[in-house]
Design a protein around this ligand. Structure first.
Ligand code: 5AD
Ligand code: SF4
Length: 461
């Protein structure tokens, strides 16, 4: 969700202060679902709207225009939006002028079928057509529905300044789309072909962010390590190397990467720069060679483990997370055991774990979804239980270690206990009763306790 309050140079300013250059009287409320790409896309849409005189607000009751930026990756992500639309009908009763638009992957997948949904939706815009958001809002205000869902081979929104709202960390999208066509995945169909933002534009963007006081950037893409700028002869390893050199004061992260493109050069660049965070999200999906082949993942469990070995050899204290799908078509007990075995071997610090969800248009959709719901559920629970056990044990090993923590703010439970993130992307809670530390500071914390999800530390000077 876009927040109304943003931190700039440690001063709190209301978003309306930075939003009102030529206000056209229209307030827009944007709700974001799904991955970080969608979070950044909502910032891009906000940037486009502000350029056209709109104001972005965080209170639905203050706006006549509601945009839902949606996800299609699993059926339950879409069900959530349908549910939300039913809920939004109540607002329409209070506010007859309310305009509702669907953006993102669901817009691309369902296109015109969304128009008129719940007697509400009059705008449908796919991920490559966000420049048309102001035009389609105007059209909707004149009573006409509008659809814009063409995918582009070139659109990267390179010239748009995203309206960022997330404190001292910023997302920088470096590429869009995906050409991998994993057989279960809808993304290549909803986000189109891979294309990369020009190298010099990314370098300038991170330098600008550093000047604005941002302390951490995450380079974003569906598949960042297949980034390529042929004109400037830069692959992802080169880009990361140059970004790290361009903003030595900033912490640099990236997500998501594909094991197939996790080259030696990339691992070496990570190891060579102190300001590149020692954390990699590297989705494995399954530990079975047979299932990985059916998924069209282009690697074997052996190859994946060899990459992990190389990563750990170069960066022994790195933190690793992954994605796992349980119950892919034809997955049997042996395949499932191989996934558990791979998890034991790697000992990930964290994992996003899902039941397989058939998606129309994908190759796997044509295959029978033959693992029963009951079996899927049981296998997923086994995967989750194992991961929780490993996360807990890994975090226990953190006790006594010192981490550099980027301070985010007060923790949810206790206003004297503040939280931040370690370079290894773990949440660290520490005492800040006298408010000595502020959001955006980097503090050194010695870890004294842990759970499967959180570290607790003391700040040491
Ligand atoms: N069913 C379940 N999980 C999926 N993912 C992608 N497509 C599907 C699907 N059809 C998961 C993958 C991917 C993550 C973003 O979502 O694990 O890495
Ligand atoms: Fe989907 Fe595979 Fe592309 Fe990731 S790499 S977005 S899972 S097709």
């Amino acid at each position: 969700m876009i927040k109304d309050i943003t931190y700039i140079n440690q001063e709190i300013v209301s978003k309306s202060d930075i939003n009102t250059e030529f206000y056209n009287g229209n307030d827009v409320y944007i709700e974001t679902y799904g991955c970080q790409m969608n979070v950044n896309d909502s910032e891009i849409v906000s940037g486009i709207l502000v350029q056209h005189g709109y104001r972005i607000v965080d209170d639905i009751s203050k706006s006549n225009i509601v945009l839902l930026n949606t996800c299609s990756v699993r059926d339950n992500a879409e069900a959530k939006i349908m549910h939300r639309l039913a809920h939004l009908k109540a607002y329409r009763k209070q506010n007859k002028k309310l305009i509702v638009g669907i953006l993102g992957c669901m817009a691309e997948r369902l296109k015109g079928k969304l128009i008129g949904k719940q007697d509400l939706v009059s705008i449908v815009i796919g991920p490559d057509e966000y420049r048309k958001v102001p035009e389609l809002i105007e059209q909707a205000q004149n009573g006409e529905s509008g659809i814009a869902v063409k995918l582009s081979k070139v659109e990267t929104y390179s010239d748009i300044i995203p309206l960022r709202t997330e404190g001292f960390s910023a997302w920088v999208s470096i590429m869009r789309g995906c050409d991998k066509f994993c057989t279960y995945c809808i993304v290549p169909f909803t986000r189109g072909n891979e294309r990369s933002k020009p190298f010099p534009i990314i370098i300038n963007e991170v330098i600008d962010l550093q000047k604005q006081g941002i302390k951490e950037v995450t380079l974003l893409g569906q598949n960042v390590n297949s980034y390529v700028d042929l004109v400037n002869k830069a692959d992802f390893a080169k880009l990361l190397d140059e970004v790290a050199k361009a903003v030595p004061e900033m912490r640099i992260r990236y997500t998501t990467s594909h094991p197939y493109d996790m080259t030696d050069e990339l691992i070496e660049v990570m190891a060579n720069h102190q300001n590149i965070c020692k954390y990699i999200h590297l989705p494995v999906q399954s530990g079975s060679e047979r299932i990985l082949k059916l998924m069209n993942r282009h690697y074997t469990p052996e190859y994946y483990l060899e990459r992990i070995e190389k990563i750990r050899f170069m960066m022994p204290y790195i933190s690793l997370s992954t994605d796992i799908i349980s119950g892919f078509p034809t997955e049997n007990e042996e395949d499932h055991q191989q996934t558990l075995y791979l998890m034991e071997q790697v000992r990930f610090d964290g994992a996003y774990m899902f039941n397989y969800s058939p998606r129309e248009k994908t190759k796997a959709y044509k295959w029978t979804d033959d693992v029963s719901d009951e079996t899927k559920k049981r296998r997923l629970n086994e995967i989750i239980d194992l991961q929780n056990k490993i996360s807990k044990e890994n975090n226990k090993n953190e006790i006594g270690r010192i981490h550099e923590v980027l301070v985010e703010g007060a923790s949810k439970k206790n206003k004297f206990q503040w939280q931040g993130r370690s370079d290894t992307n773990k949440v660290v809670i520490f005492d800040n009763a006298n408010l000595k530390y502020q959001a955006g500071n980097i503090v050194k914390c010695k870890i004294k306790d842990s759970t499967s999800a959180t570290l607790f530390g003391d700040v040491i000077d």
